[in-house]
Design a protein around this ligand. Structure first.
Ligand code: UDP
Ligand code: MG
Length: 368
């Protein structure tokens, strides 16, 4: 089968990439035209070295890759970005496409893209009528990607296309998703530190041990993007969504640059929205199929606390104390009512899950 075939190739490249990892990486980056290494051990070894250095160092099992770039009002960055991507990918000798997803830009972004796409059929574009957000742009890009591996990157030149071969190498080692880690982040102070906090909270709540969940630069196997559903603002938590579907995840440190043109599309509001999104993602990954576990837990907690309080007050009442001036009575009643309501919501959720069971939601790795 296809995937067996793939995994065969995968394991082959695993050994070669891990062994020569540093070597090949630096060779790729430092390769200059004519930069051959000569040996003084005679003609035979010279020939051997000559051949080795002339074969492109980069090997991948992916026949075609897709670069997906979501963008919103990035007119100045489009040409330099596309040139930089092409400069990195052309020497690799692999087939590729660049999908520019214009998220309803109101500046000249679309015109800039069309100018580039006119000269190069590998550049494709999709333009939204209005601004739907980065998640929507990514989702549509994913659906249109034809490559066996998909790379996402931001359009603002903060992500470095030179990292693409390094990300692909990780996929070749067998991982399904490789996320970039902006180890030296070139962003304003508040953004840097709020993201440290969010990454920590996400790490704790999701149990995924990576440092940077929201890096624009990521590489995916095709199966991952075919199964992802990124909407709202969930692009920040793509690794959590993918992990939950059973895909393997890793990360590599990547270069990060200051924004050269334009300004960030996310202000301070990201701080508040981020939290709500984290709850959404935890709920939708962990509890979506068993809502009663989530609501039932809080419902039971509240109900039991209420019962405890009312029990205590009942004992006092039996001993002859009046309850008319005890605010605790209301607290006990409230906790019981809230507890029952939580339970009821959980039960309703279970009924919805039961009636909407769909086999399509299970990600199948292999079959014959
Ligand atoms: N972006 C988008 N739609 C939006 C907001 C942003 O497609 O509604 C794109 C934006 O053009 C950029 C990427 O998402 O390519 C990341 O946005 P930005 O650089 O503003 O985020 P930051 O780097 O500040 O986190
Ligand atoms: Mg940016």
């Amino acid at each position: 089968m296809d995937s067996k075939d793939k995994s065969g190739r995968r394991s082959e490249s695993t050994t070669s990439t891990t062994k020569n990892k540093d070597k090949s990486q630096s060779n790729y980056q430092n390769k200059k035209p004519g930069g051959r290494s000569y040996s003084n051990r005679g003609r035979r070894s010279y020939k051997k070295n000559w051949r080795r250095s002339d074969i492109p160092r980069f090997r991948t099992s992916f026949k075609k890759i897709s670069i997906v770039v979501p963008l919103y009002n990035e007119e100045e960055s489009i040409h330099p970005l596309l040139n930089e991507i092409k400069k990195v990918l052309n020497p690799l000798g692999i087939q590729y496409e660049i999908i520019m997803v214009d998220d309803g830009s109101t500046d000249l972004s679309l015109r800039r893209i069309k100018e580039s796409a006119g000269n190069d059929r590998r550049i494709k574009y999709i333009s939204f009528r209005k601004n739907y957000g980065k998640s929507a742009a990514l989702q549509v890009g994913f659906k249109n990607a034809e490559g066996e591996a998909v790379i996402t990157m931001d359009a603002d030149l903060q992500d470095d296309p030179k990292e693409i071969p390094n990300l692909l190498k990780k996929l070749d080692e067998g991982y399904d998703l490789c996320s970039g880690w902006k180890k030296k982040r070139q962003d304003p102070f508040i953004k840097k530190y709020s993201s440290v906090f969010f990454n920590f909270a996400t790490r704790v709540m999701s149990g995924i041990k990576i440092h940077d969940f929201n890096c624009g630069l990521k590489a995916y196997r095709k199966e991952v993007v075919q199964n992802l559903r990124v909407y709202g603002e969930l692009h920040r938590y793509v690794p959590v969504l993918a992990k939950w579907q059973g895909f393997t995840i890793t990360e590599i440190p990547v270069q990060h640059q200051r924004r050269r043109y334009g300004k960030t599309k996310y202000g301070i509001s990201r701080f508040f929205k981020g939290f709500v999104d984290l709850i959404t993602v935890i709920f939708s990954t962990r509890y979506i199929k068993r809502p009663l576990h989530f609501f039932g837990f809080f419902g039971a907690l509240s109900f039991l606390a209420g019962i405890g309080i009312l029990g205590y007050l009942s004992v006092l009442w039996i001993q002859g104390q009046p309850l008319s001036n005890r605010p605790m009575l209301f607290l006990g009643m409230l906790l019981i009512i809230v507890g029952v309501q939580f339970f009821a919501v959980g039960l309703l959720g279970e009924m919805l899950v039961h009636s909407s069971m769909d086999e399509k939601e299970y990600v199948i790795k292999d079959k014959n």
